[in-house]
Design a protein around this ligand. Structure first.
Ligand code: SAM
Length: 288
């Protein structure tokens, strides 16, 4: 069926939230194209940037800029247009609007004005990267970009240190090294991480390993500091008694009969290749 033949003539009166590709134009859905063809106006972050995408798909609908600096005023205007029976779409430069992109105030105001907001499913770098990361996906926390200032970055990570969910960050190539250093410092060199770069594009790369390993790869290969990046960290794993194998506990208990806990935990950790902090903590709680 051709696009024109498939276009519905009566799109309901609403604000449509339309995701666009994050790199591969083939990811633009048929429905996204149809909605963008049919609406009366497309609000986009950057009209020149989106103009190229729209012209690639032969879409000539009028566009209007909506970005962080004018969103509230534009939202008011868009609510008025909806009141006049105009159907509107929101797109961002790439991916799903509102996900580290403008649109939150617009959606809130449009809903408050009593109009429908219709979301279309589609590309989103965080979800796409997570789906192939190999990290737990049953619970995750999307954290957007880490702060650019070092202290705020460390504070932010400190607040997430014991979060058991997979953590997802967006990152820019010129800050990736600093962020990985902060992750090593706060979450620990052993924390499992996955760095997804240029997802859906020619140089798509997934770097997996401990935070220290991924940092070393990024530092030794300048190509890893290029393009668009999603950084994902395994959630905090609680070291508890159940998680410490019985032979390890037996060694710890035996060593504690002759040595102070700190020394015993360090030796038992070395013998069994496990973390000494967990053994020390267990020993303290168990009164060894
Ligand atoms: N709204 C978009 C979405 O749904 O993913 C995200 C917009 S945010 C301003 C841009 C950031 O998303 C980039 O700096 C990068 O961290 C991430 N990103 C976007 N496209 C990507 C891609 N193809 N590969 C990896 N990360 C990407």
């Amino acid at each position: 069926m051709t696009l024109a033949a498939n276009v519905e003539s009566s799109l309901n009166l609403a604000l449509y939230i339309v995701p666009t590709p994050i790199g591969n134009l083939a990811d633009m859905s048929q429905r996204a194209q149809e909605v963008l063809h049919q609406v009366d106006l497309i609000a986009c972050e950057d009209t020149r940037h989106s103009g190229k995408l729209l012209s690639h798909f032969g879409i000539s609908t009028k566009t209007m800029a909506l970005h962080d600096h004018n969103e509230r005023a534009r939202a008011q205007y868009i609510a008025e247009l909806l009141g006049q029976g105009k159907r509107i779409a929101l797109i961002s430069d790439a991916g799903t609007p509102l996900i580290s992109d403008p649109g939150y105030h617009l959606v809130t105001q449009v809903r408050e004005a009593g109009f429908d907001v219709v979301p279309l499913p589609g590309p989103c770098a965080a979800i796409t990267a997570l789906s192939a990361s190999g990290l737990p996906s049953d619970r995750f926390s999307f954290e957007g970009f880490l702060p650019s200032k070092e202290k705020s970055r460390i504070d932010k990570l400190t607040g997430l240190m014991e979060d058991p969910r997979t953590l997802i960050f967006y990152e820019s190539p010129h800050r990736i090294e600093y962020s990985l250093e902060a992750i090593v410092q706060v979450l620990g060199a052993d924390r499992q991480i996955v760095m997804a770069r240029e997802v859906t594009k020619t140089f798509e790369t997934f770097l997996c390993g401990s935070a220290a390993e991924v940092l070393a790869k990024v530092q030794s290969d300048p190509n890893q500091q290029k393009g668009e990046i999603v950084l994902m960290c395994h959630g905090f794993i609680q070291d508890d008694e159940e998680a410490i194998a019985a032979p390890v506990l037996a060694t710890l208990r035996l060593l504690c009969t002759e040595l102070p806990l700190k020394k015993a935990a360090a030796l038992a950790a070395q013998i069994h290749n496990v973390k000494k902090n967990a053994l020390y903590k267990y020993g303290l709680e168990a009164g060894l």
